[in-house]
Design a protein around this ligand. Structure first.
Ligand SMILES: [Zn+2]
Length: 224
């Protein structure tokens, strides 16, 4: 890493990232041990929410790994990690409902999600190219550095747009869990804790990329 006084900008972001990963680990672990009263598995909850929202054509599949849960907008499928798919815990049903929240966003063409998806090809290119160009710019001059910064901005924008998409999916998840009578009031609060902890990691990632962007800009300004 390039060392200079602007590194100090990254300290709050790094501390928040560490806290967020601690929080998400401890909260998901804690509520993996709390069985939900409905007795439904994550798969059953996902299936019920999807069917209720006219998405009976969206498959729910088990996937290997921990916290590998995701909704794929291209294949229109919900993938749940095994502990979520087969589990009957508060964490299992909360994460399952969250991924269905993304499926509902997709169906409704939720604007932040559509915009985020449109950014994917640019971001795939920009995230790898920007590091190289910025690294080269540090040695070869500020024009190249600014080009790298512009590219890096695309990845920052992506992280920022991810926030409303994630927060909205969790909000939808809680509404579905309550509307379909899958959780009681106390369980809804527990679900909220699980989903809030997960949201914190996205907030931390966005702040880290904003801090990195500010740092690059400070470096480039110092060079001009
Ligand atoms: Zn999500």
């Amino acid at each position: 890493m390039y060392y200079d006084s602007t590194l100090i900008l990254l300290v709050p972001a790094i501390l928040l990232s560490l806290y967020a990963s601690f929080k998400v680990n401890s909260t998901t672990k804690k509520y993996f041990k709390v069985n939900a009263s409905s007795g439904m598995t994550g798969e059953e909850v996902a299936r019920r929410i999807l069917n209720y929202n006219g998405l009976s054509n969206v498959p729910v599949l088990p996937v290997a790994g921990e916290l590998t849960d995701h909704y794929n907008p291209r294949s229109k499928s919900v993938s749940l990690s095994e502990e979520v798919f087969y589990g009957r815990s508060i964490t299992s049903i909360s994460v399952a409902a969250h991924e269905c929240g993304h499926a509902i966003q997709d169906k409704e063409a939720y604007p932040a999600m559509t915009f985020r998806s449109a950014l994917v090809p640019t971001v795939n290119f920009a995230s790898s190219a920007s590091w190289l160009i910025i690294a080269a710019g540090l040695f070869m001059g500020s024009k190249l550095l600014w080009l790298g910064i512009i590219l890096f901005s695309a990845t920052v924008l992506f992280q920022v747009v991810t926030l409303p998409v994630e927060l909205n999916a969790s909000k939808r998840a809680l509404v579905q869990l309550e509307t379909l009578g899958i959780v009681g009031l106390d369980e809804k609060k527990q679900s909220y804790k699980v989903l809030s902890a997960a949201a914190l990691t996205y907030i931390a990632a966005a702040l880290a990329s904003i801090a990195t962007l500010i740092r690059y800009i400070a470096i480039a300004n110092g060079r001009d």
